[in-house]
Write a protein that binds this ligand. Sequence first.
Ligand code: ZN
Length: 686
Amino acid sequence: MKASPVVALFLSITASSLVGCGSKKPAPQSTAGSGTGATAGSGTATGSNAAMPPRNYNAISRSDFNRFAVRANLPIYWTADVDNDKNLDANEVASLLFYPSQTAWTKGNAFTPAFDQAYDTIVKLAAAPDAGIAEADLARAKLVAADLDGGRATLVHNDFSKAPADDKVFVAHMLKVAALIDDLYALQNGTATLAPQVKDTLSQSLFRRNRGPKCAAPGTDSNPACTAIAGLNKVAFDVYPADIQKADDFCAVLEKRKDAEALLTPFTVVRADGKGFKAVPYTEAYQAPMAAIAAELRAAADAVKSPNEAPLITYLRAAAQSFTDNNWQPADEAWSKMSVDNSKWYVRVGPDEVYWEPCAHKAGFHLTFALINQGSIAWQKKLVPVQQDMENSIAARAGKPYTARKVTFHLPDFIDIIVNAGDDRDALGATIGQSLPNWGPVANEGRGRTVAMSNLYQDPDSQAARKAQAESLLDATSAANYFVSPEPGLLSTILHEATHNLGPAHEYKAYGKTDDAAFGGPLASVYEELKAQTGGLYLVEFLRGKGLLTDLQAKQTYTDCIVWAFGHISQGMYVGTGKAKTRKAYSNLAAIQIGFLLDKGALTFDANIMAANGTDKGAFVIHHDKLIAAINDMMTTVAGIKARGDGKAANALASKYVDGAVVPHKLITERYLRFPKSSFVFAVTQ
Ligand SMILES: [Zn+2]
């Protein structure tokens, strides 16, 4: 299911906070910036008058431009100040998908009149954010604005302008599929019919981003007054009868029925049937929209001309058929036969995850459309010839009773997202690892696919935020090895995933006991992830020794892993409270690693030196001369605990670093969480 043990590397993490809210497009807005709602000013667009001197677009900073563009619900994004002149230039603007309107902001190398209008709207709104909002609505509007500000618009951009003609046609069809999937998902989650009730531009933006009227950012999400539709805070999901959803325990009521099994199948909706209920297939409940998606998928298949893409064509046609007959198994079979070796694309379309709705039974429609990450393929090819050496090395660290076994890698498919549609696209954060399908023979026989989304959080803003986080915790010398590039993160993700295949794993029994039996479920997960991430550190020196990494790349990867660990520590060690309190595997492992390095002196905290940012007093120092020995010890300790099924040692290490005082949890969290969460927006240059 979603966010399986796979990957949660890179910085802040999944946050596929599965709020069950989707949206049909908000009430149509004419074009960009035409001031409909209270918040949008009409601007002073002058059109393109050749006699006018070229105007500047430097009235507002880039971050404010993007923030107020979201508030104005305008599909515009200042991608980067490429030439650092603080002026928005025509090659620095992107037109965003999944907004109520689509507007061309540039023509050739020049801005369009629509751009001028949008620019003026944004500047005016930033100068007077509350202008025009009725007094009675001001409190709600301020909450809505705060919720929008709780996410920093973060661009996922793909450029197909130089791609082969066939690819362009294919991409265009897939973007149509994406829009249709969004509409279908909004039907499923019951928000499609609410769109006309969303009155002002600010609220329309919230409704669009949050896939419904509810707020989503930490702090505002729990405030019932924070809503896009005044007075409305509960949405009836279309997959169950609206009447029964008035009761808070309606899921339990359904689950206790004799016919529960028939009613709660994943690809049906529950409808009233006389005094009882019946399950209606998706293809019946959503016949017209699903037929439209099937047609578009067939058109996409027709557009693919490359003989190398036969498995993709087969899958697209199988998926189209499933959208017609509601039988998803043939599509799963075709999908499972696709791989990083036989297609450059990654497509998954259909109903898959169930977390979006309150009972978690009905599969939500989504589209994941991505490119296979070629960089990860290159690394996999380098690692496969040395995989047995890696196993032997880790087995030697693990010690008795574990002995090296014959290993073959099964790495996830690393994919670079083009668009996430339907249930795939969250208000804040994104899913960065997924195993599918959830049902049927392909799932039950272990023939599914696992993916890691490798391009998310790699945009310039996210990279800059993460660099600032690193520089708030590390001293200047240590931070100098923090490399602003996706490479170190990608390599450590690959080594982490590789190490899941190495040493004692879930199926290994120490003296007859599995890791679940030896450590208990949650701690077993911590140790499997700790082993994987420790392998991510340990194998760096192994690869450097083989000449596959330079000294500098090794240092950068270590630094990246330490910053990654700080990020996970900042997420907190547990979820839930009381009896429901459980360990967060990644956070726990991060604390254990940082604690271990501190105790070994490979990482020190000096309260009297300044952090690299020059403003925070007290910073961590990485001692590269002690790091490799400390990591080797860590590998021996962690793999050894797993090899022996040593529950006592596992608990001792966890209590010392997860719950104890060695790791300054509070300081790390305070410095790391100064930055807003990412809210992904998408642009495709065609
Ligand atoms: Zn893992």
